[in-house]
Design a protein around this ligand. Structure first.
Ligand code: NAD
Length: 470
């Protein structure tokens, strides 16, 4: 397999940078390619190219915009196998999951293109008809994380383009390569400069949030960085969409069939090795079933086959990067120090790369890092509660509010609990999943605004009301 060269995409051209940085394969811990480290001057060029492209794209009618975006999605699908292999190499996820990610990224572009942003005639006013239009903002800076690099970057790009904007996209420095490839594809099938892709470190993100030529920042990443993005964007009053971290609770009531739900609950927590914003990160189980559930989840954990994503029949890959690997191990250490009982897993595998055995911990309470923080890795606490009331109170006792779920055999009971949860999405007897036509995002410090759905699309536009628009 060849890797590279990888180029920035600026104004439709592939461009090298003066310096490069290594990209590490998380399954080995070794560098396998390099990515260009974009300079501030290259950001200026990309923003200027995006501005020019925007001036034409905003005038393109919706049907033609949709057709162009469908062509982009199809061009991604045509290269799915190569993209998936590169994604597994840089991100670590099993090849089957990488293939799914490429397919979902393409589907999000197409699904977003199909949304109707709305607007039009409102009512009569003193000057005659009043109409409301959703007007594109200009240049959107897209900043993405490393856990699902293609899906997340492309859902932001798709909303920006569908609303009539041009974009400058910055992938995470841990997973820049597949996004650079998508930049090349975009340069082939979309108007030059509409989608510019720049890889670089965190400094590039800071330059984007401060750049006077960028009108809006669409950011998906951690809550800590999201706060910095918002603070920096304040200087130019850039619009921001922030889709941030979560600490999703799953509340399991005592009327469930434990054996039936355990595999689904397990995969909702450990998919992508737990590195998912909307993964289950805390389980509050009623005392009657808590122990049985913890043991059933531990059995699932022991069944998992870990390995390099290219190996056959691998269920889970490594943690994506060294800092995250160290953080998850420290969180497991803290759990042990606070008296947590480790029912399965409990540490790193004795092999190269960033592999951590899927870990189930009981006997903890609030105050442990594993309960209070977003672990974002393959470790899950099971916490026993007596009543529904206690479960709701503890589930809501967090600064996060992204997702939550209720598991029960009784629909009325489940729904009553669901309606009390402070989270942007609540699932009943399931957990996880996002689609282009439904708004997704968080209460509290899990974000500002919503991505996807018509609400998400509208957040990439200004509202203009015209009085007397005959
Ligand atoms: P991160 O915040 O460390 O980095 C995200 C991006 O921000 C990267 O591209 C990074 O280079 C850039 N960045 C870093 N410092 C910056 C700065 N000061 N200004 C501008 N940009 C800067 O997040 P991560 O570790 O890559 O991703 C994991 C986090 O993302 C988790 O908290 C997860 O829950 C969250 N996430 C949220 C959603 C959602 O939809 N809510 C989806 C996926 C991931």
């Amino acid at each position: 397999m060849t890797h590279g060269p990888f180029l920035l995409s600026i104004g439709g051209d592939g461009v090298a940078a003066a310096t490069e940085f290594p990209v590490i394969d998380p399954a080995t811990g070794e560098p396998f390619a390099t990515a260009p480290d974009a300079s501030e001057a290259q950001l200026d060029l990309a923003v200027a190219a995006a501005r020019v492209a925007f001036l034409s794209w905003r005038a393109v009618d919706v049907a033609a915009r949709r057709a162009a975006m469908r062509a982009f999605a199809d061009a991604i699908r045509a290269e799915a196998e190569a993209l998936a292999a590169l994604l597994t190499r840089e991100q670590g996820k099993p090849l089957t999951a990488a293939r799914r990610e490429v397919a979902v990224a393409a589907d999000r572009i197409e699904g977003t293109a199909a949304l109707d942003i709305g607007g039009g005639y409102l009512r009569e006013g003193p000057q005659g008809p009043v109409r409301l239009d959703y007007v594109p903002m200009g240049v959107v800076g897209v900043i993405a994380p490393w856990n699902a690099p293609l899906i997340l970057a492309m859902q932001m790009v798709a909303q920006a383009l569908a609303a009539g904007n041009a974009v400058v996209v910055k992938p995470s420095p841990f997973t820049p390569l597949t996004t650079l490839r998508l930049g090349e594809i975009a340069a082939r099938v979309l108007p030059a400069g509409l989608v510019n892709t720049l890889s670089g470190g965190d400094a590039l993100g800071r330059w984007m949030t401060a750049h006077p030529g960028i009108d809006k920042i669409a950011f998906i990443g951690s809550t800590a960085t999201g706060k910095k993005v918002m603070a920096s964007a304040a200087a130019t009053l850039k619009r921001v969409s922030l889709e941030l971290g979560g600490n999703d609770a799953a509340i399991v009531l005592d009327d469930v069939d434990v054996a039936a739900i355990a595999p689904r609950l397990f995969s909702s927590a450990f998919v992508n090795s737990g590195q998912l914003c909307m993964a289950v990160k805390r389980v509050y189980a009623q005392a009657g079933i808590a122990e049985a559930l913890a043991h059933a989840l531990a059995a699932e954990a022991r069944r998992m086959r870990l390995g390099n994503g290219f190996e056959a029949d691998v269920d889970l890959g490594p943690v994506q990067n060294r800092p995250q690997f160290d953080k998850v191990l420290a969180i497991i250490q803290d759990a042990r120090a606070r008296g947590g009982q480790v029912l399965a897993g409990g540490g790193a595998l004795d092999r190269p790369g960033y592999f951590i055995a899927p870990t189930i911990v009981t006997g903890l309470s609030e105050g442990a890092r594993l309960v209070d923080e977003e672990q974002f890795g393959p470790v899950l606490p099971i916490l026993a509660v007596d009543t529904e009331e206690e479960a709701v109170t503890r589930a809501n006792a967090t600064r996060f509010g992204l997702g939550a779920s209720v598991w029960s055999g009784d629909q009325t009971r489940a729904e009553a609990v669901a309606r009390r949860l402070e989270a942007g999405t609540v699932w009943i007897n399931g957990h996880g999943g996002a689609v282009p036509d439904l708004p997704f995002g968080g209460f509290k410090e899990s974000g500002i605004g919503r991505g996807m759905g018509v609400a998400g699309l509208r957040s990439y536009a200004e509202i203009r009301v015209i009085h007397g628009a005959h």
